[in-house]
Design a protein. Sequence first.
Length: 220
Amino acid sequence: MIPIRDINPRRHFPVVTMVLVALNILVFVFEMLIPTEAGLDSLAFTWGLVPYELTTLKPIALVTLFTSMFIHGGLLHLGSNMLYLWIFGDNIENALGSLRFAFFYLLCGVGAALAQVLTGPSSTIPMVGASGAISGVLGAYLVLFPKAQVETLVFLGYFLRLVRLPAAAVLGMWILLQLLSGFASLGMEATGGVAFFAHIGGFFSGIVLVLLLRRRRWWE
């Protein structure tokens, strides 16, 4: 299933969501200007989060908890993340307020990174991407708007169909897939790829944080 848009009007322009999308795109454009594969690798190892550096308490690792959220491994990686942020981020920003949403987003990203580090503390493979923080947005959306309709592309064999499904169904299936994939990957040698436990950690961080940070009257 691929969500296309949600039927959930917002009351205020989502400034922080737009800034986050713009920052991720700008960083990716900068990546594309790096002429060599070695240069891209250097960027990932310098500003991506390397679990071993965090668990051995290297100071730079604390910085990369945040910088890693804005680096992506390719156009598909960036595009899929920004699609989810664009669809679901505006309503969570409206619910929390812009400043609290920015704080929420960064904390979800940190929670996501720590969850992935716990599953592979000695890994020297850099973690990059906004998906952990965006997973927190999805968790918050499930809590606040479970009945909101989401237009979703559903694969039926060789055919695609656009259907409207409640957010609870779309996001419930998404987190179930992350859980199944994450636990299936335990014990396998780390070679890079999808950081499933970052998604899981971010999602449940978002559930907890939105309950702590949301305004009593979210439309204010």
